[in-house]
Design a protein around this ligand. Structure first.
Ligand code: SF4
Length: 185
């Protein structure tokens, strides 16, 4: 029991540091780009999420912020030309949000200046996924995992991929993106 508590304390210390460092790097990039931290977090999310997740609701769930505060941020980054909205082809009551060319360039600059080179660290993705799975499951939160490892992702015999939830085909690009409907295997 004591060991369990100690291990959890250690995990919290390292997760806190990782999270604080990530935030401070994004904050630095946001200052350079002349936007707020949350604006850059939204752009970053839009650069990696799939077509079922690029909505105000998806952003709100991902960042853990209210829809009204996300809505204010969306208005700002739309005004400065980083995003555009289009009616949602699956749900006419909402719209999908896409990065513009300016938005993509902004994220590219941020990634180049703030992402560490982890090529020699080995396979750390599996452990990070396990922590995320436990954390989200215990708090009943949406998955937001990478499509290629989703429970619903089917590899078709004739080649290609299909979403077992929506039955829609998935491209090589789609399966690299994250999804709010993601389910751990
Ligand atoms: S397979 Fe899973 S992650 Fe991929 S689109 Fe379907 S629900 Fe989303």
């Amino acid at each position: 029991m004591r060991y369990y508590i100690k291990m959890n304390d250690d995990i919290i210390i390292w997760l806190e540091r990782l999270s604080a460092l990530h935030k401070s790097q994004i904050r630095k990039s946001a200052a350079i780009e002349g936007v707020q931290l949350v604006h850059l977090e939204i752009l970053q999310y839009l650069s990696i999420c799939n077509k079922y997740s690029n909505t105000a609701q998806g952003i709100s769930e991902y960042l853990g912020q209210t829809k009204s505060s996300i809505s204010q941020s969306l208005k700002f980054i739309e005004k400065v030309g980083h995003i555009k909205r289009e009616p949602n082809s699956n749900d006419k009551r909402s719209y999908q949000i896409f990065l513009t060319k300016d938005g993509k360039e902004c994220i590219k600059r941020m990634n180049e200046s703030s992402t560490p080179d982890l090529s020699e660290v080995g396979d750390i993705v599996g452990n990070i996924k396990t922590i995320l799975y436990k954390w989200q499951e215990q708090n009943d939160l949406k998955g937001f995992g990478q499509c290629k490892s989703c429970y619903f992702n089917k590899i078709l015999e004739k080649g290609g991929f299909q979403c077992g939830l929506t039955q829609e085909p998935l491209s090589e690009t789609d399966i690299q993106q994250i999804c709010r409907e993601y389910k751990f295997k």
